[in-house]
Design a protein around this ligand. Structure first.
Ligand code: GLN
Length: 471
């Protein structure tokens, strides 16, 4: 069985009802039983068993860390020395991590147990897991549906009851959207709260690592563990990490929501109604809820895709067939080595984004696209921070609808880009955002409620989420 919370797991471990060794065997067995869902690209049974023995010894000695015995999965873009990592791309098939990402080291130091690496969209680019070179992960709630993307495998590992928690990365929604589609909790911390050292880069001014979990307290605890300054990442903030877990008791809050979000034609009517029912409940419970204007909603997806593709085209330049990654066998000279290695190694969506990013950065178009999007990003950030001086937290739906079927044909890739409409504001503004499970919808599926707070105000964000979670 999977323990509903880290607290209950720790009580069972303390009472001698289970051991880490037993937990690892059970998790490996569950992973094998659910192999059809295509969640794991690779399991790490030897490492997990060795970690279990060492954590069991620490538990006996009373020296175990805050995540003792917590079985976790890693998205396939987080480096763990001596283990494979591929960003679910043919470009990095067979590649082995040369060092351990700071976030992974922090988990290991806290005595979490790493079970394996999970499938994701290629280089974290996608919303449905379908750009993975290993085939999409399936949603544990209904295998004909997407678990979301790009961190769909990590969400599914938790939702399927294989792991207690998992790490993903979120550039434009890749933790929050899969959390919403699989009925669990997921958070994107403030930009700079968590180190990116050892995270395979997609868009460096947006990427943040965060956890998936089965409860808000577990989510807050893991966020606290992975946060903090890192000499290997100069964008990682030196601010002290505040206590985040357990999420403290309630106080009256002022919540805000954007009218444009709730009026958006893409929003499912039932999700909209659910949201307004929660607003009524919040008000009757003594909280204030304000409707705010946000005239920039339609600009968010274009800003996001211009800036992230620009950054991706630069980050992915390193995969040239020479230094790292796939090297074409067909090359005849240096230029064909670059071209063939990159054409063979990268999938269609990654190639599309490199082309788009190169275009928006090119001399003739830089000012019109990249420069303008940078300015628009600042406008959005300023407006968002201004709203957050008036309210404690911004709330709304995480996604416009519930999980959609795998295998839909898209003649226009921008249709899928619009999936990100509610999630990209937080990374554009650099603020933290959490998705908590909501629903069910009359179609039987969960969806998510999103809570955003000011930069480095994770404690307030979790507290606001806690209020909604308890309604
Ligand atoms: N769906 C978004 C994209 O494709 C978000 C991805 C992410 O957050 N990594 O870019």
């Amino acid at each position: 069985m999977i323990y509903p919370s880290i607290d209950s797991l720790h009580s069972a471990l303390r009472a001698g009802q289970t051991s880490c060794a037993e937990l690892v065997e059970a998790a490996l067995q569950r992973a094998a039983e659910k192999a059809d869902l295509n969640i794991f690209i690779e399991l790490f049974p030897e490492t997990a068993r060795a970690q279990a023995l060492s954590v069991d010894a620490k538990l006996a000695a009373g020296t175990a860390g805050p995540l003792a015995g917590v079985i976790m999965a890693l998205k396939d873009n987080l480096c763990f020395k001596g283990h494979g990592v591929s960003a679910s791309s043919n470009m990095l098939r067979g590649f082995e991590s040369q060092f351990t990402a700071t976030v992974v080291q922090k988990l290991v130091d806290a005595d979490a147990i790493i079970l394996g690496r999970t499938g994701c969209d290629e280089f974290a680019m996608g919303s449905s897991n379908e750009t993975s070179a290993y085939g999409p992960v399936k949603n544990p709630l209904d295998p004909s549906l997407t678990p979301g993307g790009s961190s769909g495998g990590s969400a599914a590992a938790v939702a399927a009851g294989i792991c207690h928690a998992a790490l993903g990365s979120d550039t434009g929604g890749s933790i929050r959207q899969p959390a919403a589609f699989t009925g669990i909790y997921g958070v994107k911390p403030t930009y700079g709260r968590v180190s990116r050292h050892g995270v395979i880069a997609y868009a460096s001014s947006f990427d943040q690592v965060g956890p998936f979990a089965r409860s808000l307290d577990d989510l807050a605890l893991i966020t606290e563990v992975i946060s903090g300054v890192d000499a290997f990442d100069t964008t990682c903030s030196e601010r002290a990490v505040p206590a985040m877990a357990p999420v403290p008791a309630e106080r009256p809050f002022t919540f805000g929501y954007y009218k444009e979000v709730l009026d958006n034609p893409a929003l499912d009517a039932e999700i909209r109604q659910y949201f307004f029912d929660r607003v009524d409940q919040l008000t009757s419970a003594g909280h204030r809820v304000e409707a705010l204007d946000f005239p920039y909603l339609d600009a968010l997806v274009p800003i996001y895709y211009i800036l992230t593709t620009a950054e991706a085209s630069s980050n992915l330049a390193r995969y040239d067939g020479v230094h790292i990654g796939h090297r074409s066998e067909q090359a005849t000279d240096l230029e064909s080595l670059y071209k063939k290695s990159r054409s063979e190694g990268f999938g269609e969506e990654v190639q599309r984004r490199i082309l788009l990013g190169t275009f928006v950065l090119s001399a003739g178009y830089f000012d019109a696209f990249y420069g303008k999007a940078q300015k628009a990003r600042r406008v959005v950030r300023d407006a968002t921070l201004e709203a957050l001086t008036r309210v404690d937290a911004l709330i709304g739906p995480t996604t416009p609808h519930t999980a959609f079927p795998l295998g839909q044909e898209y003649t226009d890739p921008t249709v899928l880009y619009l999936e990100d409409i509610f999630t990209v504001q937080a990374p554009i503004a650099g603020i933290p955002a959490v998705s908590i499970p909501a629903g069910p919808h009359s179609n039987g599926l969960p969806f998510g409620m999103q809570i955003m707070a000011g930069p480095f105000d994770e404690p307030k964000m979790f507290q606001a989420a806690h209020i909604l979670d308890r309604l």
